[in-house]
Design a protein around this ligand. Sequence first.
Ligand code: NOJ
Length: 534
Amino acid sequence: MSDQWYLDTVFYELYLRAFQDSNGDGHGDFGGAIERLDYIKSLGVECIWILPHYPSPLKDDGYDVADYMGVHPDYGTLDDFKAFVAAAHQRGLRVIIDLVMNHCSDQHPWFQAARQDRNSPYHDYFVWSDTGQEYADTRIIFLDTEKSNWTYDEAAGRYFWHRFYSSQPDLNYDNPAIHEEMFNIIRFWLDTGVDGFRADAVPYLYEREGTNCENLPETHVFLKKVRRLIDEEYPGRVLIAEANQWPEDLLPYFGNGDEFQICFHFPIMPRLYMALKQADKTPIVDILARTPAIPEGCQWMTFLRNHDELTLEMVTPEERQWMWQQYAPKPRMRLNLGIRRRLAPLLDNHPDRWLLLNALHLSLPGTPIIYYGDEIGMGDDIWLPDRHGCRTPMQWNAEHQAGFSTAEETYFPVISDPVFGYQFVNVALQEMNEDSYLWRTRKLIKTRQHAAALRRGTMEIIPTRNPAILVYWRVLPDERVLCLYNLSMHPQPLGGSLSGIFHDLLHPGKRSITLSPDMELPGYATHWLEMAQL
Ligand code: NOJ
């Protein structure tokens, strides 16, 4: 069972550049991250996902890999990487890394060789065209910057295929040499002791004419080979799929339990925000109803925010307009098909909203992941380019550069606005306030750790007449927890047939709560309840 550790674990998404600078160059690094591991541990999370740490020209912040077996010099050396993994393991923290299989950087030696010589074996590492007309049914993902998925390369005299920036040529999975390269890269990193991978952009590995070039059967054949390698050679490591798809299209990524153990559940994320703003649980209930059962040992990964824009790809065009109006009223807040804002600003820094949404997140079926800085309600800077506004330095204290760095200038400025500035939002201040976002995060995670039903229980949604009231059981044979939320800011009648005497796991010292159908719940009421023993 210990191979299934990921079913019980809360994950933490760590952006190395932002976390702690140990050498005063204005960039976070492995040395700095080691210094902050005790903090991460104190949250109660048990696995860290680090964003790409590879050498890269940083046209896509490391998702443009120039050397799959190296470490970006800003972050340190391979030895520093290993020291980080060892220090994490010493503390009982696991580490997973990003595996960017779909594409590399145009600076990668493979691409440089490929473009300069059509007869080079590396030419066939990429996807080329003489016309740039193929695969016309494929959508463009970075809509704000890319006009086509083909870009003409002068040196090669041909067009190359790319699903993301034109500086990120896609690798050619029809070439078995690419499979071998990836297997070796996977072995290389697993040999360093990492606990698995978050596999980037997996739906796009293959291209086929007449399709949208996503989720193709060939892709699954390859991914199953990756899983087999891991199971045979490195049992107990985890593979997580980043596939921004509808639930029914995600199901094949679990295979028969022989592909990914975990898939990010993209569609539920915007619906959590939608339901909260509309004070109506319907979007959540509907998407859960549309979410298929998954094989034994598999799990969804849930999140509220990450390092990208809050993606609105998995909503209808009408819903997207509504989300933009509600959550991104200024045009600059929008990016591609999403919103470039952080959690606390999206919630107007409202503590009750924050608690409700985080409690909801941590009580849904799935493995939750928390984005660095959201545990203290960090703000964003929408004026920074691309998605960098949500990747600013971690705010540790009210001192120079928020305690992040001794440098005069950091990679991007520390947030210093009057609401979310580091002077007001930082770890040191929140450590002293038991009602802070930081302590609330710890409490939610700890409570979840002590209630197995919240981690592994099945979910039973209780119908209520009031759309603002979301109630569900998380159920194990010998334990059940009732999760109860009032999505409205106003007091609301419970409106269901629930009754009984309960203890609130989130307020263990308080008196018990008696539920009855006609009782009224305060605005944004948030409870994790256990039936009181009579
Ligand atoms: C998804 C990553 O989360 C994003 O940051 C990146 O730009 C694309 N994949 C391309 O690698």
